[in-house]
Every structure is written in structure tokens, then in C-alpha cells.
Design a protein around this ligand. Sequence first.
Ligand code: SAH
Length: 225
Amino acid sequence: MSPRERRDPAASREESLRREMVARFVAPRGVDDPRVLAAMSEVPRHAFVPEPLRARAYGDHSLPIGHGQTISQPYVVGLMTQRLGVTAEHKVLEIGSGSGYQTAVLGKLARSVYSLERIDELARSAAALLAGLGFHNVSVKCFDGTYGYPAAAPYDRILVTAGTETVPEPLLAQLAVGGRLVVPVGPRDRQRLRVIRKRKNDYAQEEAEDVTFVPLLGRFAGSPA
Ligand code: SAH
């Protein structure tokens, strides 16, 4: 037992719930990257879930976080993170901070993370939570992420955590050569993960798992904000 566990039984209980979440709902479904599993075993998911729903934070489901948005199912976070292939050298852009949970998982793995959220209250709450948990390599900004964030471009990795029928052009433009973009593409409630690799002169695209995300809204998403 670590010294921290001896001091705080609640933290120890949450730690074992987290390990159980990863072992039961994430690892058996093909997420086998040890760095991803370790990051998910460390980030306190309950902190990103609204107080009344905290008892369900480590279950096999997405949960509402207000404003009609959701924190993704743990398996989906693991899957997207694994498909993104993040290393400790990478600068990552995330569109759709939501609760900030996925941002935290990326923050554990990457050199730096810029995350954009269009709903002010969610952006503020995610930023405060991440700062409180000591994530100094992540920053959350409030605006339409379909524009990307040109100030810190290019990015080694870009993750979109909302569904879109059109991959926003600025995100492709802000991807580094050799970089990778993961985005759920398709109509509402019927999307498929698309993994896009930027090469010197073109893009390689691969379709992966079916997923369900709330819609990406904005100037370059094909749906008005
Ligand atoms: N990754 C989040 C879940 C995201 S839900 C988590 O772990 O909690 C999708 C989020 O994308 C929502 O919060 C929604 O407001 C946001 N979103 C939708 N369109 C956006 C846009 N154009 N720019 C930034 N955020 C957007």
C-alpha cells in the first residue's frame, strides 16, 4: 500500500474502481497500449462527472455533463487515445473539451495539449479542474474549434471528440506532415472513427470503429453553431 493510500481511504477506493474500470471495460475490447491503460488508471474520472452522478463515474457508459453534452464512455476514450498514438514528444490539439476528462488522459501522454470547447461554462470548468489536478501542460480555450488553433500549429496529433459529416479544413491544414488526425465522421448517432495521416503530398485515410458522439457544431463542420 502506498503512503498516499494509507492517508486517504477514499482515494484508495477510487483507485481500485479505476483499475477495475480499465480491466473490465477498456482492456478486453482491444485497447492494449500500456501507456493508454496506465493513463486511464491514473486520471480521477469521478472529478470530471457532475456531483450527483459520481457514483457511476467508473461504469461502462457515457454520462451527461450538462448543456446537452456528455463525457464519453471509458472504452471510447481508450480507443480514440490508442488510435491517436500519442507520445511524450507530441503537441496535441483536441476539439471538444467537454468535461476535460479526455484532455487529462491526453495530458498524461503528450508533451502539451491545446483543447478547444465552444460552451463557455464547460471550458471554464474543465480548465479549473485540470489546473486543480496539476496538469500544467494542458490549456483549454473557449471558441469554435473547427477553426483549429493556428497560434500553436502545426500539431503532431489532432483529436476531435464530436461527430461531423465534414472534416474541418483548418484542422487538416494545421496537422504536421507525418501527423495524425482522429475524428468521428458521419451523421448524428451513426459515425465511424476516421484516422487521417498527413503525408508530404497527400493524406492516407483509414476507417475504424463505429462510435456515437454529440455533433460538432461550427463554421467548418457543415452544421451551423
Ligand atoms: N471529450 C469530452 C467529451 C466531449 S463531448 C469529455 O471527455 O468529456 C463533445 C464536446 O464538443 C461538447 O462539449 C461540445 O460542446 C463540444 N463541441 C462541439 N462543437 C464544437 C466546436 N466547434 N468547437 C469546440 N467544441 C465543440
